[in-house]
Design a protein around this ligand. Sequence first.
Ligand code: GDP
Ligand code: MG
Ligand code: K
Length: 301
Amino acid sequence: NQNGKKKFHSGFVAIVGRPNVGKSTLMNHIIGQKIAIMSDKPQTTRNKIHGVYTKDDKQIVFLDTPGIHKPQSKLGNFMVKSAVNALDEVEAALFLIDVSEGIGGGDRFIIEQLKNVKNTPVFLVMNKIDKVKPEELLKIITQYKDLYDFAEIIPISALQGNNVETLLEQLGRYLPEGPQYYPADQITDHPEQFVCAELIREKILHQTREEIPHSIAVTIEDMRVQENGVVYIGAVIFVERDSQKGIIIGKQGALLKEVGKQARRDIETLLGSRTFLELWVKVKKDWRNSERTLKDLGFRH
Ligand code: GDP
Ligand code: MG
Ligand code: K
């Protein structure tokens, strides 16, 4: 243009895929910091997390959507609805699959949902190529490419970073001219409270394995800097049953103490400040099926 300044391009990109295909890993690789919480357990990422990638004259704001899957509760309905709605409002969507596993019901369900999305190009991102041979990859491409009119098909390894640059370059071609939404050094627009709550939840899931399914929610009740410079955080862990409360507290409080220790370490890294973390466990029966409780806990349509 007249000033000789290059035009800026920007846009929003949603990442979808069934649990465990590597959505959080990909976003963390791109953003280069631990924002989206990773776990071997499905559905760790319940809310949208924006990760902001800025390079030269382009900015991509990523939405790590909750897994789209056949809903089994009201919470499930919220999750599917919000994830599918988000797809209409973005510049592009990345549909991640795990190439080391065959196409499954979860993948097919998402493809059906994608058919309701208008005017948003969908990339088929074939993740975990480090786990398969090239000829297997070709077989999987032929399985998928007739099921949907994908804008691009890109094989990557989110874990090792293979081909992620190519993915970003291809995405850049779909970004319209637009503003720089966030400063170049900002990597997430979520309140720190949310990330802290997710870190606590992650530690609980890691510590409890199968005993605690997804029937927990964590809210930050209080977060402030004390006079001595230490950040005080008070958090409540909601469970559905008394037995789950017992499991999370552990023998003489041992498990909760460990959760607190590990979460505090990560939170201190995140905030760059000494932290005092206080945790409570409360039973809120059947919170997943209560609309009011869902609203109280911050889930939105
Ligand atoms: P999400 O549920 O889709 O967000 O999946 P995660 O990002 O939490 O990843 C699930 C699991 O897959 C984790 O153990 C990751 O380390 C692993 N994973 C993710 N990407 C890759 C990859 O490219 N290669 C391999 N071998 N493992 C991966
Ligand atoms: Mg995730
Ligand atoms: K769109």
